[in-house]
Write a new protein. Structure first.
Length: 308
């Protein structure tokens, strides 16, 4: 029997064809993203009509899209964030949603530390000046021995904490679900959000985007941070009120930020592109060859488990 599997992530099978081979060996016909970018709702509707399974990145799968997917048996998320999927409606339709938990946690944790260092040490302005043969020194802030506040202490948050130990950092965490045993073993202190924001020198977000976490960090929260603080987001753009962040960075009310995610990508407000105290990523924290391979194999395996 032949199954039709729609694949939206552009990196699926890139560098290693194993996930594609897995699906084809089990009789799957692949419908690949023809646009070379994130697909919009109308494009999703047009391609999803006759498919048995979909492997999806951050492309929209809301109720309207699902209403056109009469044969859909499984949604396999290529990653872990499911805010682009209408989970409640999928549940009503009896369509399981799987994720590739842990596949990219090391890649994202590495990139988080890279953003912290780059923002703290003003690496982009220094690089830009040097390319113009300007060898003047730019003074920046330390990372060694500072306090890191993790908003979310799941798999990626724990990975960042492990790396931060190499910088002799004191680690605070805020999370509604607390792993007390892990925190005690690794000398991590759970604190309230307000205390974390006002105490930490570096703040890193590792939460899913939900109604409760949308704009968790707004003008009030940013105002409570130290003037020398750096905030990093490799999770979801909607966790931070972007207009409030833009104002804080423009007015130098915090030291800097590293943003791999925005509510709209590229960001709608072009003011972000003019800042020298902001490091911007293209939602690429998970884009390493190993992480892509891990996510691809896991996403394909999740599809085959349900199709079988």
């Amino acid at each position: 029997m032949t199954y039709k599997v729609m694949v939206t992530p552009r990196s699926f099978g890139k560098g290693n064809s194993q996930p594609i081979d897995m699906l084809r060996e089990h009789g799957c016909e692949l419908i690949l993203n023809p646009y070379g970018r994130i697909m919009n709702k109308q494009e999703m509707v047009a391609l999803i009509k006759e498919v048995d399974a979909v492997i999806v990145g951050v492309d929209p799968i809301d109720q309207e899209v699902l209403d056109h997917a009469s044969k859909l048996k499984v949604i396999s998320k290529y990653g872990v964030g499911t805010d682009n999927i209408d989970l409640n409606y999928a549940r009503e339709r009896g369509i399981p949603v799987t994720v590739t938990a842990g596949a990219n946690k090391d890649a994202v944790a590495d990139y988080t530390i890279a953003l912290m260092l780059a923002a703290a040490r003003r690496m982009l302005p220094i690089d830009k000046a040097c390319r113009q043969l300007n060898w003047n020194k730019i003074t920046s802030v330390d990372v060694w021995g500072k306090t890191l506040g993790l908003i979310g202490l799941g798999a990626i948050g724990k990975g960042v904490a492990a790396r931060a130990r190499g910088f002799n950092m004191n680690i605070l965490a805020y999370d509604l679900i607390q792993d007390e045993a892990y925190a005690a073993e690794h000398q991590i202190d759970y604190v309230g959000l307000n205390e974390l924001l006002s105490t930490a020198d570096f703040i890193s977000l590792h939460l899913p985007l939900t109604e409760q976490t949308h704009h968790l960090i707004g003008a009030k929260e940013l105002a409570s941070m130290k003037e020398t603080a750096v905030i990093v987001n490799t999770a979801r753009g909607g966790l931070i009120d972007e207009q409030a962040l833009l104002a804080a960075l423009q007015e130098n009310r915090i030291w800097g930020a590293g943003m791999d995610v925005f509510e709209q990508e590229p960001p709608e407000n072009k003011g972000f592109l003019e800042l020298d105290n902001l490091i911007i990523g293209s939602h690429c924290a998970a884009s390493t060859y190993q992480a892509i391979e891990n996510m691809g194999v896991m996403a394909a395996a999740n599809v085959l488990e349900y199709l079988r």
